[in-house]
Design a protein around this ligand. Sequence first.
Ligand code: KIV
Length: 279
Amino acid sequence: MKITVKDFRDMKGGTHKISVLTAYDYPMARLLDDAGVDALLIGDSLGMVILGYDSTVPVTMEQMLHHADAVGRAAKRAMVIGDMPFGSYQVSIAKTVANGVRFLKEASCDCVKLEGGAEVCDSVRALVQAGVPVMGHLGLTPQTAGQLGGFKVQGKEMATAQKLVEDGLALEAAGAFGIVLECVPAAVAEIITEITSIPIIGIGAGVNCDGQVLVTNDMLGLFEKFTPGFVKKYTELAPQIRDAVSSFIREVDNLEFPAAEHSFASKEDFSTLRDIFKS
Ligand code: KIV
C-alpha cells in the first residue's frame, strides 16, 4: 500500500525512523521502492549528480518533471516528493501554485518540497490551499547557498539556531507536513524535532531527527566529484561499474564476447550466401 502524505506525517514521534532517498529515474526508483524506503525525493540535486551542472540553480521545471514522471511511475509503496527548482516559486504566488500543481498532475508526485523559512510561508499556504502538500527545507538550502556563505553548517550560533526553530514553527503553521533539515548541529536539530509536530528529516543533522535523507548517488558511491562530510557511502558502485566496463572492452577486443550462448544460430546452411555477393 502506498504511503500517503498523512501516513508520513503520522510517523512523527513513532518508533519507526523515516527513510528518504533521492531518485531520478525509473530503474533506480524501482530498486529503492522494492527495498522499502518510505519516500523518494526527486531532488534538484539532479542538476549536479545527473546533469553535471556545478549547482542546482540551472535546473528547470521541465527537467524536474521529466525525471519525476519516471520516478512517480516506479513508486508502488514510497511517497513521491517533487523538488521545486530555483525560479519556480520565487516569481509570484500564482506561478508557484501553477508549478506545484504540475508536479501532481504531470509527474505523479504526491507532494512538493521547497527551500526557505518565513519568507516562503505565503507560498506554502497558497500551495496547501490549492491541494498541493508541501515539505519545507531549512538549514543549508543549496539553491541559495551563496547567500549563506557556501555549503556550510547553519545554525551554529544561538541567534541563527533560534531563527531555524522559528522558521520550522512558521512552516508548520503555514501548513507544511514535514521539513528537510540540512547541515545543522545535531543538538539544534534535536530541539527543532522536539518542538515541531511535523516530521523533521535530517541530512547532516544528527541522529535525533524523525528520519534521514541522503542523495542516493552519494550513498551508493556513484557520484565522485565530491562527497559531503555527512554522507555515509554504503557501497562503492563507481569502481564496480568501471571494472565491468573494462572487462567488456577487453572481451570485445579478444573476441571473448559475445560467446556462443550470447549468439543466435540457425538450421539454414549459409555456405553459399557469401558467394552470392562476392561473384
Ligand atoms: O535536492 C536534493 O537532493 C535535496 C536533498 C539534499 C534533501 O534537497
